[in-house]
Design a protein around this ligand. Sequence first.
Ligand SMILES: [Zn+2]
Length: 272
Amino acid sequence: MPAYLCTACGIQHPISDEPPPVCILCQDERRAIPREEQRWTSQHSLRHTHFNAFRRLAPGLMGIATMPVFALGQRALLVRTPAGNVLWDCPSFLDDATIVIISALGGVAAIAASCPPSYGAAVEWSHALGSPPVYVHAADRKFVTRSDPVVTYWEDEAATILPELTLLRCGGQYPGATLLHWAGGAAGEGALLCGASLRIARDGHVRFMRSYDNHVPLDPLSIRHIQAVLEPWAYEAIYGGWWDQVITNDGQKVMFASVERTIDSLTNPPIS
Ligand SMILES: [Zn+2]
């Protein structure tokens, strides 16, 4: 029996004889409900047409994305540290070649997800890689479509999962939306991994939305909260959840400039 994957968002559901009637995540108002009929696939089917591509983005940082693009097309990150590797966000697709490559890179000590659209097939990845914990903030528990003992719910506002690697609950898009601060990233200047919780636009600024799919902006109070969460943390680089969403320099300055710019546009709309 397969564990079905939603073709719209890529999230994996429990092992079942028949596809689920609906995708819980795609039914949420933040997501774009598929206009066409809800469709499902499986790892077995995708193995005929897809593979995972790896690209080294920086020392200690590997990007992983499924090709051709599947579902939302995110790029996961494998953060490699002396204390172990963390898979940040999880692709939906997994094959034997991926397991061989990741094992050769040192395996995975923990999997953590930025927000529900990035859970992918995290339980299946964990099972294939020695059952490391899959960290999900407890506030987003209802979006976990595939329950399993490896899913580890964390609470509070921050959690250090390995030396140099700290989960920060930023909220906003989802109540448990999370960022990962990597103190050793960017040659020791620090890196902030946003996954799909925040987005980096083509203009090089950070975007703060309640629904990126449906273009619903986040309210100023929630944006100020994100700013407060990030205030104590230093970072030079910011990595979003897609290949082209990277800020390599002055990350903290860019983040705070983006906060001010966004709040200014929300509270002082131009008068023509
Ligand atoms: Zn879905």
